[in-house]
Design a protein around this ligand. Structure first.
Ligand code: MTE
Ligand code: MO
Length: 466
């Protein structure tokens, strides 16, 4: 079944722009940015308005130049390619000096690789979501500036001097910690994925958002540093016999509160202040957030201000209304918090276009909230035949694993899918299998196999195979 493609307005056209690093695979808009524009950006900087200008530049150039793109890339040595024969500007001029950019930013040629709001979702005041551009990422780590953002009430610049964490409830020594207190405790650094429970939610309906950024981009993976929850609770003399649950409360205007199941989460949960080697970014909870490996994003409470140990679930507003699954028999499945085994092909993916027949390195991500990925199979014919992909190492628990597989495209239409397995033996289901169990009225917890349709003209789009 082909899904209805979502209408894309002119202003959403930026959503299908492609980053330069995919140039081998796709029509890459950066090749159409004029030298004048680049000189102008170098001189005057790149602000939001300029991004708009860039897009326009790209769009007007696209019509005329697209067909010629492959030629210079394929030109053999000695055929007169000026890009190798002639001295480039950067070989004959002075470079910028070290202090020009005290905190580094990506190349101006990568300016399309940004977080974006989905054309399929409406922003409700400050409550919003910006998706990670998975189609432009390599390996497993999400750069801090591209980590997805999900706020129920916007983000804040919280002052670490006045930020406090209270630990109370079933503890002998209730305490209020400053950031300095916390950062003196023994710390660990662990790499884990975070995925919003609503990731891939639109796929439940008959709507196809165009790119993998929108289908799967509420997903990121980072190295987090902080104090293990267990150490902190022991420090406060928590009663871990009676105390089976913990309430985590955020310091933002949404009053985010979630019950954490201590029995299953105590061993790997981290009260974290750092992400990928630097302090958390404000939009990701600076100066303190909870990291609950394998559990849906909403429980990774940001701007964390209170932990309360208790003997029953709190049934707080954030767990009574949201992140619940409406099952076919009418039941509300409330505390299904583990993100089940899932994978997606990111290169090539929706909105991209293969330039030509021939060899491709098809690549994607796999992850499981229950442990390690053990295998990923890839199909190019809608699930009739499968080949096993290479897993890049190290394969870490509750983390993203990168897979790659060689493929020669013969120019005929194809349906590309990936299917992951984890070390519990669980196999990622088809959307049909998932609907059989879960019905059709869910929003959350969709871990079904994703299908990308490849047309003979090289265009890749989002479809469902029923
Ligand atoms: N205090 C607070 N914590 C929060 C949220 C929030 O709105 N407020 N959003 C939650 C949700 S729904 C998700 S998916 C993750 C998103 O984390 P990120 O913005 O760092 O990607 O944070 C969770 N923690
Ligand atoms: Mo979320």
């Amino acid at each position: 079944m082909t899904k209805k493609q979502i209408e894309i307005s002119a202003q959403d056209i930026s959503a299908i722009e492609k980053p330069a690093n995919q140039a081998r695979l796709i029509k890459a808009p950066e090749h159409f940015i004029s030298q004048e524009l680049i000189a102008d950006i170098n001189a005057n900087g790149l602000d939001e308005n300029r991004r708009g200008f860039l897009r326009k530049g790209f769009m007007s150039a696209l019509g005329g130049a697209a067909a010629g793109l492959a030629a210079p890339l394929a030109m053999a040595v000695g055929e007169g390619d000026p890009a190798i024969l002639e001295k480039q500007e950067w070989q004959t001029t002075l470079g910028k000096n070290v202090a020009t950019m005290p905190y580094g930013v990506p190349s101006i040629y990568e300016s399309n690789l940004i977080r974006r709001e989905s054309p399929g979702l409406t922003r409700v005041s400050a409550a919003s979501v910006a998706f990670t551009p998975l189609q432009g990422l390599f390996g497993t780590i999400t750069p801090n500036g591209l980590h997805f953002e999900r706020h129920h009430q916007g983000w804040y610049n919280v002052n670490p001097e006045t930020h406090r964490l209270m630990v109370n409830g079933l503890v002998k020594n209730p305490r209020v910690f400053t950031m300095n207190d916390l950062m003196r405790l023994p710390s660990v650094s662990r790499t884990h994925f975070i995925e919003c429970g609503a990731n891939t939610g639109l796929e439940w309906g008959n709507v196809a958002v165009p790119t993998v950024q929108y289908t799967h981009g509420m997903l990121s993976c980072c190295e987090f540093t902080g104090v293990p929850l267990k150490v902190l609770l022991e420090e406060c003399g928590a009663d871990l016999k009676k105390g089976k649950f913990m309430l985590a409360e955020g310091g933002d205007g949404s009053g985010m509160t979630r019950t954490i199941n201590l029995e299953s989460c105590l061993n790997d949960t981290i009260v974290a202040w750092a992400m990928n080697g630097e302090m958390l970014r404000p939009e990701n909870g600076f100066p303190l957030r909870l990291v609950v490996p394998g559990v849906q994003g909403v429980s990774w409470v940001k701007w964390l201000r209170r932990l309360e140990v208790g003997d029953a679930r709190w049934n707080s507003k954030d767990e009574a209304i949201h992140y619940i699954d409406l099952m076919p028999n009418g039941d509300h499945r409330q505390y299904a918090s583990i993100q089940e085994c899932k994978s997606v092909i990111t290169t090539p993916s929706g909105g991209q276009q293969l330039l030509d027949k021939g060899f491709y390195n098809v690549s994607g991500m796999a992850w499981s909230g229950r442990g390690k990925i053990t295998r990923v199979d890839v199909s190019f014919d809608g699930g009739n035949n499968w080949r096993t992909a290479r897993l890049e190492t190290p394969v870490l628990t509750k983390s993203i694993t990168r897979f790659n597989i060689d493929w020669v495209w013969d120019g005929s239409p194809a349906i590309m899918q990936s299917r992951a397995m984890d070390d519990t033996g669980y196999i990622q289901p088809t959307i049909k299998t998932l609907r059989n169990v879960r019905g059709t009225r869910s929003i959350y917890h969709n871990n079904a196999i994703q299908s990308w349709k490849l047309d003979s003209n090289g265009e890749v789009s989002n479809v469902q195979v029923g």
